[in-house]
Design a protein around this ligand. Sequence first.
Ligand SMILES: [Zn+2]
Length: 298
Amino acid sequence: MPLSSWFPSKKPQGAGEQKGAAKQVPDGIWSKCASCNKIIYQKELRADLMVCPQCGHHYQMTAAERIELVSDPGSFEEYGAGITSVDPLGFEGTKPYVNTLERAKGRTDLNEAVVYGTASIMDSPVVIGVMDFRFVGASMGSAVGEKITLAAEKAIERKCPLVLFCASGGARMQEGMLSLMQMAKTSAVMERLGRNGIPYISVLTDPTTGGVSASFATLADIVLAEPKALIGFAGPRVIEQTIGQKLPKGFQRSEFLLENGMLDQIVPRSEMRERLGTIIAHLAPPTPVEAPTSGEVS
Ligand SMILES: [Zn+2]
Protein backbone atom coordinates (compact mmCIF):
# COMPACT_ATOMS: atom_id res chain seq x y z
CA MET A 1 0.00 0.00 0.00
CA PRO A 2 1.50 3.38 -0.92
CA LEU A 3 2.29 5.77 1.95
CA SER A 4 0.02 8.44 0.47
CA SER A 5 -3.05 6.25 0.91
CA TRP A 6 -2.64 6.57 4.72
CA PHE A 7 -3.65 10.19 4.51
CA PRO A 8 -6.96 11.62 3.31
CA SER A 9 -6.59 13.56 0.08
CA LYS A 10 -7.26 17.25 0.63
CA LYS A 11 -7.17 18.18 -3.01
CA PRO A 12 -8.00 16.46 -6.25
CA GLN A 13 -5.30 14.47 -7.97
CA GLY A 14 -2.84 16.52 -9.96
CA ALA A 15 -3.98 19.75 -8.31
CA GLY A 16 -0.35 20.79 -7.78
CA GLU A 17 0.34 20.61 -11.46
CA GLN A 18 -2.84 22.41 -12.34
CA LYS A 19 -1.98 25.23 -9.98
CA GLY A 20 1.03 25.97 -12.14
CA ALA A 21 -0.88 25.31 -15.30
CA ALA A 22 -3.60 27.75 -14.25
CA LYS A 23 -1.06 30.53 -14.49
CA GLN A 24 -0.41 29.53 -18.07
CA VAL A 25 -2.49 31.36 -20.58
CA PRO A 26 -5.54 29.39 -21.68
CA ASP A 27 -6.15 28.81 -25.35
CA GLY A 28 -8.57 31.14 -27.04
CA ILE A 29 -8.75 34.57 -28.55
CA TRP A 30 -9.51 36.46 -25.35
CA SER A 31 -8.69 35.58 -21.79
CA LYS A 32 -8.90 37.07 -18.33
CA CYS A 33 -5.62 38.21 -16.78
CA ALA A 34 -4.74 36.09 -13.73
CA SER A 35 -3.46 39.20 -11.97
CA CYS A 36 -5.69 42.17 -12.85
CA ASN A 37 -8.77 40.23 -14.05
CA LYS A 38 -9.02 42.45 -17.13
CA ILE A 39 -9.80 40.90 -20.47
CA ILE A 40 -6.71 40.59 -22.65
CA TYR A 41 -6.37 39.82 -26.30
CA GLN A 42 -4.21 36.72 -26.72
CA LYS A 43 -2.41 38.03 -29.79
CA GLU A 44 -1.50 41.22 -27.98
CA LEU A 45 -0.24 39.22 -24.99
CA ARG A 46 2.02 37.10 -27.17
CA ALA A 47 3.28 40.17 -29.02
CA ASP A 48 4.12 41.70 -25.61
CA LEU A 49 6.33 38.72 -24.67
CA MET A 50 3.63 37.19 -22.46
CA VAL A 51 3.38 40.31 -20.31
CA CYS A 52 -0.13 41.62 -19.55
CA PRO A 53 -0.55 44.92 -21.46
CA GLN A 54 -2.87 46.17 -18.69
CA CYS A 55 -0.99 45.44 -15.47
CA GLY A 56 2.46 44.19 -16.52
CA HIS A 57 1.97 40.72 -15.04
CA HIS A 58 4.72 38.44 -16.34
CA TYR A 59 3.28 35.10 -17.40
CA GLN A 60 5.44 32.00 -17.38
CA MET A 61 7.28 31.20 -20.59
CA THR A 62 8.42 27.91 -22.04
CA ALA A 63 12.13 27.14 -22.25
CA ALA A 64 12.06 27.55 -26.02
CA GLU A 65 10.36 30.97 -25.77
CA ARG A 66 12.97 32.23 -23.30
CA ILE A 67 15.88 31.00 -25.37
CA GLU A 68 14.40 32.74 -28.40
CA LEU A 69 13.83 35.88 -26.33
CA VAL A 70 17.41 36.39 -25.21
CA SER A 71 19.78 34.57 -27.55
CA ASP A 72 20.95 35.75 -30.95
CA PRO A 73 18.85 34.20 -33.73
CA GLY A 74 20.05 30.73 -34.72
CA SER A 75 22.89 30.72 -32.19
CA PHE A 76 21.46 28.15 -29.74
CA GLU A 77 22.81 24.62 -29.87
CA GLU A 78 21.29 22.21 -27.37
CA TYR A 79 23.26 19.67 -25.34
CA GLY A 80 22.09 16.76 -23.22
CA ALA A 81 18.62 16.71 -24.78
CA GLY A 82 18.31 12.96 -24.18
CA ILE A 83 18.94 13.14 -20.43
CA THR A 84 15.83 12.18 -18.52
CA SER A 85 14.86 10.99 -15.05
CA VAL A 86 14.46 7.34 -14.21
CA ASP A 87 12.31 5.96 -11.41
CA PRO A 88 14.91 4.73 -8.90
CA LEU A 89 12.45 4.16 -6.06
CA GLY A 90 9.63 2.64 -8.11
CA PHE A 91 7.54 5.48 -6.66
CA GLU A 92 3.82 4.84 -6.45
CA GLY A 93 2.01 7.87 -5.05
CA THR A 94 -1.40 9.12 -6.02
CA LYS A 95 -0.04 8.24 -9.44
CA PRO A 96 3.14 6.36 -10.43
CA TYR A 97 6.18 8.53 -11.12
CA VAL A 98 6.73 6.91 -14.53
CA ASN A 99 3.26 8.06 -15.56
CA THR A 100 3.95 11.61 -14.32
CA LEU A 101 7.12 11.71 -16.41
CA GLU A 102 5.44 10.32 -19.51
CA ARG A 103 2.61 12.83 -19.22
CA ALA A 104 5.02 15.72 -18.79
CA LYS A 105 7.05 14.61 -21.80
CA GLY A 106 3.92 14.33 -23.92
CA ARG A 107 2.65 17.75 -22.91
CA THR A 108 5.88 19.69 -23.23
CA ASP A 109 7.86 17.86 -25.90
CA LEU A 110 10.80 17.97 -23.46
CA ASN A 111 12.69 15.16 -21.75
CA GLU A 112 13.29 17.10 -18.56
CA ALA A 113 12.51 20.35 -16.75
CA VAL A 114 15.64 22.15 -17.95
CA VAL A 115 17.08 22.81 -21.41
CA TYR A 116 20.69 23.90 -21.84
CA GLY A 117 23.16 24.59 -24.58
CA THR A 118 25.58 27.08 -26.08
CA ALA A 119 24.39 30.35 -27.61
CA SER A 120 25.35 33.97 -27.96
CA ILE A 121 23.68 36.97 -26.38
CA MET A 122 24.34 40.24 -28.21
CA ASP A 123 27.37 38.59 -29.83
CA SER A 124 28.87 37.32 -26.56
CA PRO A 125 29.18 33.52 -26.31
CA VAL A 126 27.42 31.98 -23.33
CA VAL A 127 26.17 28.70 -21.99
CA ILE A 128 22.47 29.12 -21.29
CA GLY A 129 20.11 26.92 -19.29
CA VAL A 130 16.37 27.48 -18.93
CA MET A 131 13.98 25.70 -16.58
CA ASP A 132 10.47 25.00 -17.81
CA PHE A 133 7.75 25.03 -15.14
CA ARG A 134 5.39 22.96 -17.27
CA PHE A 135 7.54 19.86 -16.71
CA VAL A 136 6.49 18.53 -13.26
CA GLY A 137 6.61 22.07 -11.85
CA ALA A 138 10.30 22.33 -12.83
CA SER A 139 11.09 20.26 -9.76
CA MET A 140 14.72 19.28 -9.31
CA GLY A 141 15.41 15.57 -9.68
CA SER A 142 18.59 13.77 -10.70
CA ALA A 143 18.27 14.69 -14.36
CA VAL A 144 17.74 18.41 -13.67
CA GLY A 145 20.72 18.42 -11.29
CA GLU A 146 22.85 16.61 -13.84
CA LYS A 147 21.94 19.01 -16.66
CA ILE A 148 22.62 22.10 -14.54
CA THR A 149 25.99 20.58 -13.58
CA LEU A 150 26.81 19.77 -17.20
CA ALA A 151 25.86 23.32 -18.22
CA ALA A 152 28.28 24.75 -15.65
CA GLU A 153 31.00 22.35 -16.78
CA LYS A 154 30.39 23.38 -20.39
CA ALA A 155 30.84 27.03 -19.36
CA ILE A 156 34.15 26.15 -17.70
CA GLU A 157 35.26 24.20 -20.79
CA ARG A 158 34.24 27.00 -23.16
CA LYS A 159 35.49 29.73 -20.82
CA CYS A 160 32.30 31.71 -21.30
CA PRO A 161 29.64 33.01 -18.87
CA LEU A 162 26.81 30.81 -17.63
CA VAL A 163 23.27 32.21 -17.73
CA LEU A 164 20.52 30.24 -15.99
CA PHE A 165 16.81 31.09 -16.04
CA CYS A 166 15.49 29.49 -12.87
CA ALA A 167 11.97 28.38 -12.03
CA SER A 168 10.97 25.61 -9.68
CA GLY A 169 8.31 24.31 -7.38
CA GLY A 170 10.96 22.53 -5.30
CA ALA A 171 12.37 19.05 -4.97
CA ARG A 172 11.26 16.12 -7.16
CA MET A 173 9.92 14.25 -4.15
CA GLN A 174 9.31 11.13 -6.20
CA GLU A 175 13.10 10.64 -6.27
CA GLY A 176 13.52 10.99 -2.51
CA MET A 177 17.07 11.51 -1.28
CA LEU A 178 18.44 11.50 -4.84
CA SER A 179 16.48 14.69 -5.45
CA LEU A 180 17.82 16.40 -2.32
CA MET A 181 21.39 15.47 -3.26
CA GLN A 182 21.13 17.72 -6.31
CA MET A 183 21.34 20.78 -4.06
CA ALA A 184 24.82 19.77 -2.93
CA LYS A 185 25.87 18.67 -6.40
CA THR A 186 24.82 21.87 -8.15
CA SER A 187 26.23 24.05 -5.34
CA ALA A 188 29.59 22.30 -5.68
CA VAL A 189 29.79 22.92 -9.42
CA MET A 190 28.94 26.61 -8.95
CA GLU A 191 31.90 26.86 -6.58
CA ARG A 192 34.08 25.42 -9.34
CA LEU A 193 32.77 28.07 -11.72
CA GLY A 194 33.97 30.71 -9.28
CA ARG A 195 37.41 29.11 -8.90
CA ASN A 196 37.77 29.06 -12.68
CA GLY A 197 36.82 32.73 -12.99
CA ILE A 198 33.68 32.05 -15.00
CA PRO A 199 30.90 34.63 -14.53
CA TYR A 200 27.52 33.21 -13.61
CA ILE A 201 24.25 35.14 -13.93
CA SER A 202 20.97 33.68 -12.72
CA VAL A 203 17.54 35.05 -13.56
CA LEU A 204 14.82 34.10 -11.09
CA THR A 205 11.40 33.78 -12.66
CA ASP A 206 7.99 33.11 -11.17
CA PRO A 207 8.12 30.89 -9.14
CA THR A 208 11.63 29.97 -7.93
CA THR A 209 11.21 28.07 -4.70
CA GLY A 210 12.41 25.09 -2.68
CA GLY A 211 15.72 23.36 -3.32
CA VAL A 212 16.46 25.35 -6.47
CA SER A 213 16.24 28.70 -4.64
CA ALA A 214 18.30 27.19 -1.81
CA SER A 215 21.10 26.06 -4.12
CA PHE A 216 22.34 27.14 -7.55
CA ALA A 217 19.68 29.81 -8.26
CA THR A 218 21.01 32.14 -5.57
CA LEU A 219 24.71 31.27 -5.87
CA ALA A 220 25.31 33.43 -8.94
CA ASP A 221 27.68 36.40 -9.24
CA ILE A 222 24.71 38.46 -10.40
CA VAL A 223 21.17 37.52 -9.39
CA LEU A 224 18.43 39.08 -11.51
CA ALA A 225 14.68 38.53 -11.30
CA GLU A 226 11.57 39.25 -13.28
CA PRO A 227 9.06 41.65 -11.67
CA LYS A 228 6.81 40.26 -8.92
CA ALA A 229 8.25 36.75 -9.17
CA LEU A 230 7.63 34.50 -6.18
CA ILE A 231 11.05 33.62 -4.76
CA GLY A 232 11.53 31.72 -1.54
CA PHE A 233 12.22 28.41 0.12
CA ALA A 234 9.03 27.37 1.92
CA GLY A 235 5.67 28.87 1.00
CA PRO A 236 4.27 31.84 2.99
CA ARG A 237 1.52 29.76 4.60
CA VAL A 238 4.01 27.25 5.99
CA ILE A 239 6.17 30.06 7.40
CA GLU A 240 3.19 31.81 8.99
CA GLN A 241 2.12 28.59 10.66
CA THR A 242 5.68 27.93 11.90
CA ILE A 243 6.48 31.35 13.33
CA GLY A 244 2.90 32.22 14.32
CA GLN A 245 3.14 35.70 12.79
CA LYS A 246 1.60 37.48 9.86
CA LEU A 247 4.10 38.08 7.07
CA PRO A 248 4.68 41.57 5.64
CA LYS A 249 2.97 42.61 2.41
CA GLY A 250 4.80 41.54 -0.72
CA PHE A 251 6.86 38.97 1.20
CA GLN A 252 8.84 36.64 -1.11
CA ARG A 253 8.24 38.76 -4.18
CA SER A 254 11.11 40.14 -6.28
CA GLU A 255 10.59 43.72 -5.06
CA PHE A 256 10.76 42.63 -1.40
CA LEU A 257 13.92 40.62 -2.02
CA LEU A 258 15.58 43.51 -3.85
CA GLU A 259 14.78 45.85 -0.98
CA ASN A 260 16.35 43.38 1.46
CA GLY A 261 19.52 42.81 -0.52
CA MET A 262 18.81 39.35 -1.92
CA LEU A 263 18.71 40.46 -5.56
CA ASP A 264 20.90 42.68 -7.70
CA GLN A 265 18.29 43.91 -10.17
CA ILE A 266 14.71 43.40 -11.29
CA VAL A 267 14.58 43.34 -15.04
CA PRO A 268 11.35 43.59 -17.07
CA ARG A 269 11.19 40.96 -19.77
CA SER A 270 11.31 43.50 -22.60
CA GLU A 271 14.75 44.65 -21.36
CA MET A 272 16.15 41.23 -20.46
CA ARG A 273 18.19 40.54 -23.59
CA GLU A 274 19.87 43.92 -23.63
CA ARG A 275 20.56 43.88 -19.88
CA LEU A 276 22.12 40.43 -20.03
CA GLY A 277 24.21 41.53 -23.00
CA THR A 278 25.47 44.58 -21.11
CA ILE A 279 26.28 42.62 -17.94
CA ILE A 280 28.06 39.88 -19.88
CA ALA A 281 30.10 42.45 -21.79
CA HIS A 282 31.21 43.93 -18.45
CA LEU A 283 31.91 40.62 -16.74
CA ALA A 284 33.44 38.54 -19.49
CA PRO A 285 36.89 39.69 -20.47
CA PRO A 286 37.46 39.93 -24.23
CA THR A 287 40.41 37.54 -23.89
CA PRO A 288 39.68 34.02 -22.69
CA VAL A 289 40.24 33.28 -19.02
CA GLU A 290 43.47 31.34 -18.40
CA ALA A 291 43.04 27.59 -18.24
CA PRO A 292 43.16 26.20 -14.68
CA THR A 293 46.53 25.05 -13.42
CA SER A 294 47.20 21.36 -12.87
CA GLY A 295 45.29 19.84 -10.01
CA GLU A 296 42.27 22.04 -10.66
CA VAL A 297 39.31 20.03 -11.77
CA SER A 298 37.49 21.40 -14.73
ZN1 LIG B 1 -3.16 41.97 -16.04
